[in-house]
Design a binder for this molecule. Structure first.
Ligand code: NAG
Length: 206
């Protein structure tokens, strides 16, 4: 009894059918130990260049798996909930990056020396002392900047015109307030009785 073999060639593998009719296809190439039924029907069809080797049995191309070769496989596996889009290509969840979604990434990065970390699956910036905010972009002024002053660096207030001091809490009067008067707002003196006027220069008559 002579046994003929039929081989089919796909992009990635050679399958041979032992005992098939030789006139179906040229019998050549490497013989591999697969039983291949040329009349096999796979429903649904094998995807991603997979071969239908027996009824409803697909032989998948490298990088694919599943009953119909419908799933791509990634090695190493996609980490942190990432999805394997095609062999070796992961789609990462927000907050993760890198080829295998193994790196934590913070949107826009962390500023001022902040470090991007993942805590229980939540990705965030870990800020150094003196800084806060989602990207460590807000300076902390424990003294609280007053009168419209803005905290520009840890403990440093930038004051609006007419205000001075670490917390912008001291008004500045260009002209001194005289006779015990007090500068209570930019260029505004509060005078002691019986003085009055912009600089408390004038004395009320009794
Ligand atoms: C494969 O399926 C076809 C059609 O459904 C059927 O005719 C054939 O006998 C099946 N072959 C085998 C080996 O079961």
């Amino acid at each position: 009894m002579s046994v003929k073999s039929l081989c089919v060639f796909s992009a990635v593998l050679v399958l041979c059918c032992v005992g098939c009719e030789a006139n179906q296809k040229a019998s050549r190439g490497v013989t591999v130990p697969f039983v291949f039924d040329p009349r096999a029907v796979c429903e649904p069809r094998c995807q991603h260049m997979g071969l239908c080797i027996r009824n409803n049995t697909c032989f998948c191309s490298k990088g694919y798996m599943g009953e119909f070769c419908q799933y791509a496989t990634c090695y190493p596996k996609c980490k942190n909930g990432g999805e394997c889009l095609r062999p070796g290509k992961c789609r990462c969840l927000p907050g993760f990056g890198g080829r295998y979604c193994h790196k934590v990434t913070c949107e826009g990065g962390c500023l001022n020396g902040g470090e991007c970390i993942s805590v229980n699956g939540v990705v965030k910036c870990l800020c150094p002392s003196g800084w806060m905010g989602s990207r460590c972009h807000e300076a902390i002024c424990p003294q609280r900047c007053q009168n419209g002053g803005v905290c520009v660096a840890p403990g440093i207030c930038s004051c609006t015109d007419g205000w001075l001091g670490g917390a912008c809490h001291t008004a500045y009067c260009k002209q001194l307030c005289l006779h015990g008067g007090k500068c209570i707002a930019p260029n505004v003196c509060r005078c002691r009785e019986p003085f009055f006027g912009p600089q408390c220069k004038n004395k009320r008559k009794p």
